[in-house]
Design a protein around this ligand. Structure first.
Ligand SMILES: NC(=O)c1ccc[n+]([C@@H]2O[C@H](COP(=O)([O-])OP(=O)(O)OC[C@H]3O[C@@H](n4cnc5c(N)ncnc54)[C@H](O)[C@@H]3O)[C@@H](O)[C@H]2O)c1
Length: 428
């Protein structure tokens, strides 16, 4: 039997737990041996759940990484602006790294991590989980089959959904760019990664527009207090109220994401207490948010293929997800994660719709991507990786960060065209 792969987990929040629960399904191949978080109750709960010995439970990632290499792989699932220093320390200690996206909101730091990984001969796998889903693998196979010829243009969108925007990007962890990342990097580096993967060419130039239009104090209903829980006159009608985002589903017995972010303890009392005092109980019009709620991006790839992308908060969730319309020289592909369908129309040829594309990976987060990335990571480390793996190294991954951060640069400069080669050159 091959050696059991040992894992250390830094950051025991939503993502650290998501990957760890997938690891439970690979008990014969991997074991979590160390964990760290700055919140002691999370360390205790996680340590007990995964039988981590007391001396291998740490009060921060920094403390854990100072001890040298305690496992084969470290999963870094801490907040965005912690990734750089922790990834550098992990590489120095000799770990392979599964690193949550974004690598860093600072592009030069992304390149430094890639350089360090090469120097230390370690792998850094970035959690662009969509690559590991049955849906996007199928889409990639269809593009690569050549049936639709060469890609000429793509029209794509990301429907964020109104309550998801309110939860994550207005009240939550990614609402403020200075504390986390620009929205186009945070939410859409996945999309940029998929575009680069599908087109198979470098992006040469980017332009973008977008802004924060709605979640500002001027748009608050008359008389709305600072917190939703403080007798707001719009409590029953506001689509963003804590009643509709959290309490109603919880009363129906749903304590899954995103309610488990507000309270890791699945009880109505604990949830109400956190809403009364924590960040998720704030009125969406009275937060410290500054990230955009809509943005459009135009991309030009080497060879002339173009892509237009729209990210928008104001979508209902009835067709939640991402749409991709690929126009090729011999046909078109229409793919929608919301309906879980891909249609291929070959000019003067076959027309086919594939339904339930994700069914093979149903049951795991991100359409099966959370499962797929762990499966492929273990195969990479124990040397059993096969050709179906979507695993990419950090160098390839950074294209998505260049595209997203170039889009942000353009957006902040009134839509000015950004040449990506110049953008990278100007970093040094
Ligand atoms: N791949 C994806 O699709 C995806 C989805 C959501 C979030 N993310 C990314 O995952 C990362 C974590 O997000 P999350 O949703 O799990 O957030 P979270 O807030 O639920 O968890 C982060 C955890 O890190 C802990 N932490 C903070 N500083 C620490 C330190 N110095 N040492 C150890 N632990 C520390 C926090 O206490 C918290 O428990 C973020 O970078 C986020 O952008 C990726």
């Amino acid at each position: 039997m091959s050696k059991i792969i040992t894992i250390a987990v830094a950051g025991l929040g939503s993502r650290g737990n998501a990957y760890s629960s997938v690891l439970k399904t690979f008990e014969d191949r991997a074991k979590i041996v160390a964990c760290a978080d700055i919140l002691p109750d999370r360390v205790e709960r996680f340590g007990d759940n995964y039988s981590v010995s007391p001396e291998m439970r740490f009060s921060s990632a920094e403390e854990m990484l100072e001890k040298g290499r305690l496992a084969d792989v470290v999963i870094i699932a801490t907040p965005d602006r912690r990734h750089y220093a922790q990834a550098m320390a992990a590489l120095d200690a000799g770990y392979h790294v599964l690193l949550e996206k974004p690598v860093s909101p600072v592009l030069s730091e992304c390149f430094e991590i890639a350089k360090k990984a090469a120097e230390r001969d370690r792998r850094v796998i970035v959690c662009h989980v969509l690559r590991y889903t049955a849906f996007y693998r199928r889409l990639k196979e269809l593009v690569d089959s050549g049936d639709i010829g060469d890609i000429v243009s793509i029209k794509a969108d990301e429907k964020v959904v109104f309550w998801h925007q309110a939860h994550s990007f207005v009240r939550g962890n990614w609402s403020n760019c200075g504390k986390s990342s620009p929205m186009i990097l945070q939410k859409c580096c996945h999309d940029m990664d998929i575009f680069h993967w599908l087109v198979g060419k470098r992006c040469e130039a980017v332009s973008s527009f977008g802004s924060l239009t709605h979640f500002t104090p001027e748009n608050a209903p008359e008389g709305a207090p600072e917190r939703c829980t403080e007798e707001c006159p719009a409590y029953t009608s506001c689509p963003y109220s804590v009643e509709s985002c959290y309490l109603e589903p919880a009363r129906g017995g749903n304590f899954g994401w995103p309610i488990d972010v507000v309270s890791q303890v699945p009880s109505l009392d604990a949830l109400e207490e956190n809403l009364r005092h924590g960040p998720y109980g704030r009125c969406v019009y009275h937060c410290d948010n500054d990230v955009v709620d809509h943005q459009v991006v135009n991309l030009l790839f080497e060879g002339g293929a173009t892509l237009s992308f729209t990210m928008c908060a104001f979508t209902s969730g009835t067709s939640w997800g991402r749409g991709t319309y690929i126009m090729g020289t011999k046909g078109e592909i229409i793919a929608d994660t919301g309906t879980d369908k891909i249609t291929v129309n070959v000019f003067r040829g076959k027309s086919e719709t594939i339904e339930n594309v994700s069914s093979a990976s149903a049951g795991y987060g991100h359409g099966g991507g959370d499962y797929g990335i762990i499966r492929d990571l273990l195969s990479l480390i124990d040397g059993t990786e096969d050709s179906s793996s979507s695993m990419t190294d950090i160098d390839e991954t950074l294209e998505s960060h260049v595209m997203a951060l170039a889009a942000e640069e353009s957006r902040k400069n009134g839509g000015k065209l950004v040449n990506t080669a110049d953008f990278i050159k100007n970093l040094s």
